[in-house]
Design a protein around this ligand. Structure first.
Ligand code: HEC
Ligand code: HEC
Ligand code: HEC
Ligand code: HEC
Ligand code: HEC
Ligand code: HEC
Ligand code: HEC
Ligand code: HEC
Ligand code: HEC
Length: 424
């Protein structure tokens, strides 16, 4: 009902608007300007491409803007000199800081942007200024990313458009045009060494890339989900846990209870890395040579003891579930109804998952509580499987006895028949 009233209202308002001869803010694409007409026919690609890309598909063109809104000049003429006369405010090709000014004239203007996209943020310029890109640009380094490095200048698309360079599946490629380019990034340093250029290659090996790209799980992160859209910076001390915690909430909550959270400067990344996060396994937890914990903990210390205990507990439950599962399946194959028991096993497997989350508080006692509940469930499944097995063996014995009895009767009958009709 409310939508209906709303629609009627919108329709009436729109009709009134048209009658009054008004134009809505999201206007029709503007007709081609003199700039566009001339530039499209220029020979040099650098002169023609902007006009062609702008005509092909551009959010600004769709909203009624023209070349003049960014470059200044007079769009009403095809005479070059007149189009670019000083009095027209023609600015030419903006570069570096000028790009920020061109884009932010509108994108930092809340009143203007509200007319087109009321919910759109107007903090891109402010956020950008806090990023390493923004800080270095302010110091005069024009090799860092500006608005056009990530969005383009002509043929700018909505960020939700699958062809946009900042659409989730395209972001890594956009960032790595610079960040994987050894020549381009040469000379930049981090903590005394060269700034690494392996982020794209490492990310391509991660669980996140597998989820996003291979399984189309759009909730998995790409570069900007961890670095921010415009505040691109390595998350600082303490902030890394928050970055991972925006999605892995329970892990961050548990981790915050641990001693590790007080001493690890890089939080989760200390154990999982940042770009090439691999699928964790139970083998990471423990004290063998390959286990993660043994890289820092040794014989006898509390971390060593905790790792040993939690590893044993988790392995124990995992083994118990596997064993109960195979018992249940084999009696089920004999025709027993075991649906309830399979449900219980799934519940036990949930406890196993919960224990791996709880493990992040690095307190063996709380992990054990969860594991005990899981063990309780598998024990009751074991019991049910055992009584099914017993019934099965009882039935089999019963069957064997009745078969033997039948056989006896048959033999007896045959003997009797022979005695009544002895062969001639
Ligand atoms: C009659 C053809 C013609 C018209 C009309 C025209 N241009 Fe150009 N434009 C050119 C040519 C040719 C160049 C190459 C530089 C030169 O010869 O001045 C150029 C260069 C440019 C450049 C690059 C300048 C630089 O600093 O590197 C921009 C930006 C530009 N034009 C924008 C515009 C805009 C905006 C308009 C409309 C207001 C416009 N042009 C109208 C032909 C034209
Ligand atoms: C949304 C703002 C915007 C609009 C609209 C726009 N431009 Fe540009 N244009 C830029 C910016 C920013 C640059 C600098 C891009 C860069 O450094 O890569 C640029 C660069 C150029 C260049 C120089 C290209 C080169 O490679 O040297 C030309 C020519 C140009 N624009 C022409 C046009 C024409 C013609 C139109 C209209 C059809 C137009 N622009 C519309 C922002 C805009
Ligand atoms: C380092 C790359 C990068 C730079 C530099 C950059 N952007 Fe973005 N921008 C992005 C990404 C990534 C998104 C978000 C895409 C998404 O939401 O999935 C985005 C989103 C946007 C949006 C949509 C609204 C929003 O904030 O989410 C606008 C508008 C925008 N950028 C304008 C700008 C302007 C203006 C500048 C220059 C001041 C700029 N961008 C600089 C990468 C960049
Ligand atoms: C004349 C004002 C104006 C200028 C200048 C301008 N923009 Fe825009 N921009 C808009 C408006 C209005 C929209 C449409 C917002 C909408 O409807 O979602 C938009 C949309 C966008 C979007 C898509 C946002 C989304 O919702 O997905 C991006 C990205 C963007 N602009 C980047 C830029 C960049 C980069 C520059 C500088 C090269 C720039 N803009 C210059 C007004 C402007
Ligand atoms: C036009 C090239 C270019 C693009 C595109 C680009 N960057 Fe950068 N970025 C740089 C350069 C150059 C630096 C080095 C600045 C410095 O260290 O002085 C940098 C620095 C950074 C840093 C800081 C590294 C440090 O010094 O700690 C991060 C984080 C970053 N970029 C992330 C991104 C992300 C994420 C994207 C994509 C959304 C992106 N960049 C796109 C050129 C680019
Ligand atoms: C899951 C979150 C996450 C994703 C996805 C991610 N990063 Fe990072 N990135 C981080 C963290 C955390 C750090 C800081 C690590 C540290 O302090 O040791 C970092 C550091 C960086 C740095 C600084 C240099 C370095 O390697 O330490 C750059 C540059 C960078 N990332 C770029 C990128 C690019 C480009 C992408 C996409 C291909 C990307 N990141 C994807 C979390 C992420
Ligand atoms: C934007 C949300 C988001 C951010 C930020 C994020 N992750 Fe993830 N992460 C996911 C998603 C989605 C998956 C895939 C889950 C799946 O496989 O079902 C995942 C998977 C994982 C896995 C494998 C878990 C499993 O059960 O398969 C680990 C480990 C992981 N992330 C650690 C991290 C760390 C460490 C950070 C911070 C550096 C981080 N994540 C940042 C969303 C995120
Ligand atoms: C001291 C090392 C360490 C730290 C710090 C750490 N983890 Fe883990 N994480 C592990 C180990 C070990 C496993 C594997 C546990 C297992 O499978 O038995 C794991 C497993 C995971 C999993 C997969 C769980 C599953 O069900 O398979 C995710 C997701 C995860 N961690 C996220 C995080 C996040 C987010 C943070 C930071 C808040 C974090 N971890 C901090 C060691 C760590
Ligand atoms: C990067 C090094 C590092 C890794 C990897 C690491 N720890 Fe620790 N851990 C420490 C440090 C340092 C302390 C604090 C000093 C101490 O008590 O040994 C600590 C403390 C602990 C404590 C608290 C000890 C106490 O006395 O309160 C436990 C429990 C613990 N770690 C378990 C683990 C487990 C389990 C793993 C493997 C999943 C692990 N740690 C991996 C460095 C690490």
């Amino acid at each position: 009902m409310r939508t209906l009233i709303f629609r009627v209202f919108v329709a009436t308002a729109a009709a009134g608007w048209l009658l009054l001869g008004g134009t809505s803010a999201s206007a029709q694409p503007a007709p081609a300007t003199g700039c566009e007409t001339c530039h499209r026919n220029e020979q040099a690609p650098g002169l023609a491409a902007p006009a062609r890309d702008f005509t092909l598909s551009d959010v600004h063109r769709d909203r009624g803007f023209t070349c003049v809104d960014c470059h200044g000049g007079n769009g009403a003429t095809t005479d070059k000199a007149a189009a670019k006369a000083p009095a027209t405010g023609f600015r030419g090709k903006p570069s570096g800081q000028q790009v920020l000014a061109v884009c932010s004239r509108c994108h930092s203007d809340a009143a203007l942007m509200r007319k087109y996209a009321p919910r759109q943020r107007v903090d891109q310029e402010a956020e950008y200024a806090t990023s390493v890109h923004g800080q270095q640009l302010a110091k005069g380094d024009t090799k860092v990313a500006t608005c056009v490095s990530c969005h383009g200048a002509h043929g700018v698309r909505l960020v939700a458009d699958a062809q946009s360079p900042v659409y989730p599946l395209n972001v890594a490629a956009t960032c790595t045009t610079c960040h994987a380019n050894a020549g381009y990034m040469q000379g930049y340093t981090l903590n005394g060494g060269p700034l690494p250029i392996d982020q794209g290659a490492s990310y391509a090996k991660s669980v996140h890339h597998a989820a996003l790209v291979d399984r189309s799980d759009m909730s998995a992160p790409t570069c900007n989900d961890c670095h921010g859209n415009h505040g691109a910076a390595p998350p600082g001390v303490g902030a890394i846990t928050n970055v991972c915690g925006t999605c892995h909430t329970m892990f961050a909550t548990k981790f915050a209870l641990s001693t590790h959270s007080l001493i690890f400067e890089r939080g989760c990344v200390e154990c999982h890395s940042n770009h090439d996060i691999v699928q964790p396994t139970d083998a990471m937890l423990g004290t063998d040579q390959n286990a993660l914990c043994s890289t820092c903990h040794g014989d006898g210390d509390n971390g060593f003891k905790a790792a040993t205990a939690m590893h044993a507990g988790i392995e124990g439950l995992r083994g118990a579930i596997a064993e109960a599962q195979s018992r249940v399946v084999s009696v089920e194959n004999e025709g027993f109804e075991m649906g309830d028991q399979l449900l219980k096993l799934r519940e036990a497997a949930n406890h196993l998952t919960l224990s791996r989350t709880e493990m992040h508080a690095f307190d063996p006692a709380t992990v054990q509580t969860i594991l005990d509940e899981g063990m309780g469930l598998t024990a009751s499944v074991d019991q049910a499987a055992e009584s099914a097995e017993q019934e099965l063996s009882f039935r089999k014995t019963g069957l064997a006895i009745s078969l033997a009895a039948i056989l006896l009767v048959v033999v007896a009958l045959q003997l009797k028949i022979r005695s009544l009709h002895p062969p001639a």
